[in-house]
Write a protein that binds this ligand. Structure first.
Ligand code: BGC
Length: 993
């Protein structure tokens, strides 16, 4: 099959450049496009409409025959259409000089001919009998143009419009409609990518509708994901080493002689590709054989050209063409070598393989009937970057993705996502006839691995993925037990598998990723056995370095949930959530979770990569991004501070001084921006440049309506300054240290005088809280940060403030939307929740920290646990018994780690394995466990793995006494601080007190 390709191997001696392993390699792929129309929510569709009689009309159709609308089990609108009975219709009517939009078959109320919206067309646009009608579709929003002039916009989503809702229409089938009695021609139908350079995906030329009474729908789906291959010769000599260097625009998987190379998934992962593009290296010597060898590479969209971000229109964020770059270096023991590089002459490509389509958000479509050997192969093409990248930006503030200044191909230093664990379905329920729902027992991120037996050739199976099911409540009547997909929003999260008909086949889609606990299979008459339904848990976390266990099983489950949410959201980048059309590196979430994360696993390399991404998209004015990669910022200081806090956590936890060094300039620029622009010059008030919306506050806090945001921004600025003082000191920048120290002490004093009443320690609203200035705001989130960050130097005042925080915990509270909450409720959002336990413990109120921790009513950490949560929820009331999803069906993730930031308190306070403020890393650390003073929790034990070995700590309360045990590993020492025992230094060994 491959004789020609044997030329690919280049024999040489020591010409291989390990500094630049790709010196002679070229990016290769194919310019052929792939289109899977049922999974495309963003596109441009246009056609020429010719009407010569001046009174007829003609329509362009899209979103036709969407399978979701032809099966009542696949939608929640309750529709089940026959063929050609569901579509979106955009009609140009010359007689009435209007463009009409109709929606047919999307909801039971839709009727053919019932106008959904209409737009007036100016006479000047109708001079010519032929008009070009263009519809730009993005997550249910239609923007309509005639002859290049915008007519207007309309949302046609039956559940809502924009990225927060399940997206209708997809492109699906397209066509035209000409009514009886009308005479018109619809021609030159084009489908293009929504984003510049608007690659042509489909062209229907020559087929026209002349005459009347026609309704035509065609399926524009074509192509498949590119597969590349080549062959090379290995000399019959002893191999000293064989290394494959590889990367892709898109994601890739390589096999050599039909064996998969490496264990990575989704390589090269996400980065700000126009700045830093990572490549991977694999030892492939075990896969090689003497003589002829074959190499094959599968490509898929990944983050490069697939959907990214919650906003529509960001497909092709980095480009619209996939490509692979590879270099295989075989070094023989005699000093000679063989080098195989990607180039268009020696490699072939096909788009006719079994993977028909694959997208991270939408899912993977596999046609197992197709064999890669029988595919049509042709020469690969060199894929030149020129002109492929959109010039549009995300949120207008992100750097343009067509700027390749400073682009670097860099060897990846962090671990790629791999299989962390394999889950097996715990059971299956036939919710409706033929609708089989499997419970994986755990909310996780990954892919299914399902053994299918006895299928017919061509049988089509559909897999859908969800975190939760509709509960049995009147609001969800008719859908009880079915997958709740509203919160997956614009991500389709479905896989399709067309069976080969082999007696046993494995469905394991490698080019997508789902966040799910429940898996639905349809298209089979008999449910596959749960034992055959596995889930591969994917994560960049390779193992955990911390453990916590205690007498309270609900807290133990909370700990497990924190770990699961970290696994699911540390996939190449630290994401907010792994399931919906978002999955972005949100800075605020990471900033609060990073201290916990650095205990849970050695994520130094992972976070270093992320800090590079943050630097890559830092704004020219120094502003840190809200999300990285991609960039863009509206969130302000609490989110941007990740650029300060995360490198600091790496330094403190891992003694990684290099990250401070690398990041320092970016940190400085950011701090200067705050000093210059975020603080009002005259008043000194922290407004972040606006007395209206100055940025995000204590996100999702139940009492946010009352909080004075200025104070928490200010507190975080002070925290940032503290970090800068320490960083400047570590880096030996004494002038900077002095500058930041001065600013710090000024800002601390201002904070205290602005927000705290000296007599009572009550929080007083600043001018920022319009209409409430000067009034007390006596809620938990007012007090947490000044206490947790040590902002109040005066002991007496600090004690009063701590007393106020205690009071807000000891009394019932009311959420902004009127829900009454009992004492010891967690009335804090993403930011202050992360710090409340520390604020309490640092001020002698660990009793309250333990009460808060072990509270089970809403809102608390354990309420979700009592409701069966297996991961950390985005909202403390993502689901409640009383209110179901509380109307938050779409903005509601069940896998967001932010509220899991309490994990660091369990390690550093309950077990007391804490960092020494005067020395980074754990060579010397502080041991100050705090047994639950309330007696609710009777014991706790756990460990933390340092580079020196395992630190162990436990405490147990019995008969009014607390017994402690510790292990200090070789190479470490600790300062012990426990009640009733004089402070002392512990050397390596085991201890009992
Ligand atoms: C994300 C959050 C994020 C927030 C900021 C959300 O959509 O899921 O976790 O921090 O946006 O606006």
């Amino acid at each position: 099959m491959l004789p020609l390709l044997l030329a690919a191997a280049v024999s040489c001696t020591s010409r291989f450049n390990t500094e630049d392993p790709f010196a002679r390699a070229k990016w290769i792929g194919t310019s052929e496009t792939v289109l899977y129309s049922d999974f495309l929510p963003q596109y441009l569709i246009s056609a020429d409409i010719t009407i010569t009689d001046g009174r007829s009309s003609a329509s362009l159709l899209m979103g036709g025959n969407d399978p979701r609308l032809m099966d009542a089990d696949l939608n929640i609108m309750g529709v089940e259409n026959d063929r050609d009975a569901s579509y979106i219709q955009v009609e140009l009517d010359r007689e009435f000089k209007r463009v009409y939009v109709y929606r047919t078959g999307y909801t039971p109320e839709d009727k053919p001919g019932k106008v959904y919206q209409s737009f007036k067309v100016a006479d000047s646009l109708l001079v010519d009998p032929t008009s070009r009608l263009t519809v730009a579709v993005s997550y249910s929003e239609l923007r309509i143009q005639l002859n290049g002039t915008n007519l207007g916009q309309v949302g046609v989503g039956p559940l809502g419009n924009g990225g927060d809702y399940i997206a209708y229409p997809q492109l699906s089938q397209i066509g035209w409609l000409v009514k009886k009695g009308d005479a018109a021609r619809v021609s030159d139908i084009e489908v293009r990518e929504a984003r510049k350079p608007n690659a042509l995906l489909y062209h229907l030329d020559g087929m026209t509708a002349e005459g009347s009474d026609q309704k035509v729908l065609v399926d524009p789906t074509h192509g498949g994901m590119p597969v590349l291959r080549s062959a090379f010769k290995v000399k019959g000599k002893e191999i000293a080493s064989a290394t494959l260097y590889a990367t892709a625009r898109g994601i890739y998987e390589v096999s050599i002689n039909d064996a998969r190379v490496g264990k990575d998934y989704l390589a090269p992962g996400l980065s700000q590709y126009n700045k830093h593009h990572y490549y991977q290296t694999y030892d492939v010597s075990p896969l090689l054989k003497d003589g002829k060898n074959s190499i094959q590479v599968s490509l898929a969209e990944g983050w490069w050209s697939g959907d990214i971000t919650f906003g529509g229109g960001n497909r092709n964020y980095f480009g619209d063409q996939l490509a692979f770059l590879g270099s295989l270096y075989v070094q023989y023991t005699d000093g000679s070598s063989t080098v195989v590089v990607t180039d268009p002459f020696d490699w072939e490509v096909t788009t006719d393989g079994p993977v028909v389509y694959a997208s991270l958000f939408q899912g993977q479509v596999t046609d197992a009937r197709k064999s890669i050997e029988d595919a049509v192969w042709h020469s690969a093409e060199e894929m030149v970057l020129d002109g492929h990248v959109s010039d549009a930006t995300f949120g207008q503030t992100a750097p343009r993705t067509d700027e390749y200044d400073g682009w670097q191909l860099v060897r990846q230093a962090d671990p790629s996502p791999r299989v962390f664990a394999v889950l097996t379905a715990q059971g299956v329920t036939e919710v409706r006839p033929g609708v089989f729902v499997y419970d994986m027992g755990q909310n996780f991120a990954g892919i299914p691995s399902i053994t299918l037996r006895g299928l017919q050739e061509g049988q089509q199976l559909r897999f859908r993925y969800a975190e939760v099911l509709y509960p049995d409540m009147p609001e969800y009547k008719g859908n009880e037990g079915m997958l709740m997909l509203e919160n997956i929003r614009g991500a389709m999260a479905q896989d399709i598998y067309v069976a080969s008909g082999a007696s046993e086949e494995l469905f394991e889609p490698h080019f997508t990723q789902h966040g799910y606990r429940y898996l639905e299979i349809t298209g089979v008459s008999k449910a596959p056995s749960p034992a055959d339904v596995k889930g591969l848990v994917l994560s960049s976390v390779q193992d955990f370095t911390a453990h916590f266990e205690c007498s309270n099983p609900l807290v133990n489950r909370l700990w497990e949930n924190i770990k699961w949410s970290m696994l699911a959201n540390f996939i190449s980048i630290p994401t907010d959530c792994p399931q919906r059309n978002e999955r972005m590196g949100w800075s605020g979430d990471l900033s609060v979770f990073s201290r916990t994360a650095t205990y849970l696993s050695d994520v130094d390399a992972f976070l270093n990569r992320h800090m590079q991404a943050i630097r890559d998209v830092q704004m020219p004015d120094g502003r840190m991004p809200d999300v990285a990669p991609i960039g863009g910022a509206f969130g302000g200081l609490l989110w941007g501070s990740a650029g300060i806090t995360v490198p600091y956590e790496c330094y403190r936890q891992y003694a990684d001084t290099a990250i401070l060094d690398q990041h320092y300039e970016a940190m400085q620029r950011y701090m200067q921006l705050i000093a210059d622009k975020y603080i009002e010059k005259d008043s000194g008030l922290m407004t972040q440049g606006s007395r209206g919306f100055g940025g995000l506050g204590d996100w999702l806090g139940p009492q946010n309506g009352q909080l004075d945001n200025s104070s928490i921004w200010d507190a975080y600025y002070i925290f940032d300054l503290q970090i800068m003082v320490e960083t400047a000191r570590v880096l030996g920048r004494s002038e900077d240290e002095a500058l930041y120290s001065r600013r710090l002490s000024e800002r601390k004093q201002e904070f205290v005088s602005r927000y705290l009443d000296p007599a009572t320690g009550r929080f007083i609203a600043s001018e920022y809280a319009r209409g409430r200035s000067g009034q007390p705001i006596h809620i938990q989130s007012s007090y947490v940060l000044p206490l947790a960050f040590g902002i109040i130097d005066d002991d007496a005042l600090r004690a009063k403030v701590a007393g106020n925080l205690a009071q807000t915990l000891l009394r019932p509270g009311t959420t902004d939307n009127g829900i009454n909450c009992p004492p010891y409720s967690l009335m804090t959002g993403f930011i202050t929740t992360a710090w409340i336990s520390k604020a309490l413990s640092d001020n002698g109120r660990s009793d309250l920290a333990y009460r808060l921790l072990q509270q089970t009513s809403y809102p608390s950490w354990l309420y979700p646990v009592t409701q069966g949560a297996t991961s950390i929820w985005e909202r403390l009331d993502s689901y409640t018994k009383e209110r179901g999803f509380g109307g938050n069906n779409s903005m509601n993730s069940f896998n967001h780690y932010s509220f899991g930031a309490v994990g660091q308190w369990l390690m550093a306070y309950s077990l007391g394995i804490d960092r020494d403020p005067s020395a980074p890393g754990f060579k010397h650390f502080i041991l100050h466990p705090e047994a639950d003073p309330t007696g609710h929790m009777t014991w706790a034990e756990g460990w933390y793995d340092t580079p020196y070995g395992r630190i162990e700590s436990s405490w147990k309360r019995s008969g009014g006494k607390v017994e402690y045990t510790f292990t200090i590993p070789d190479g470490c020492t600790a300062t012990l601080r426990i009640p009733g025992v004089p402070e002392q230094e512990l050397s390596p060994g085991h201890y009992r007190f």
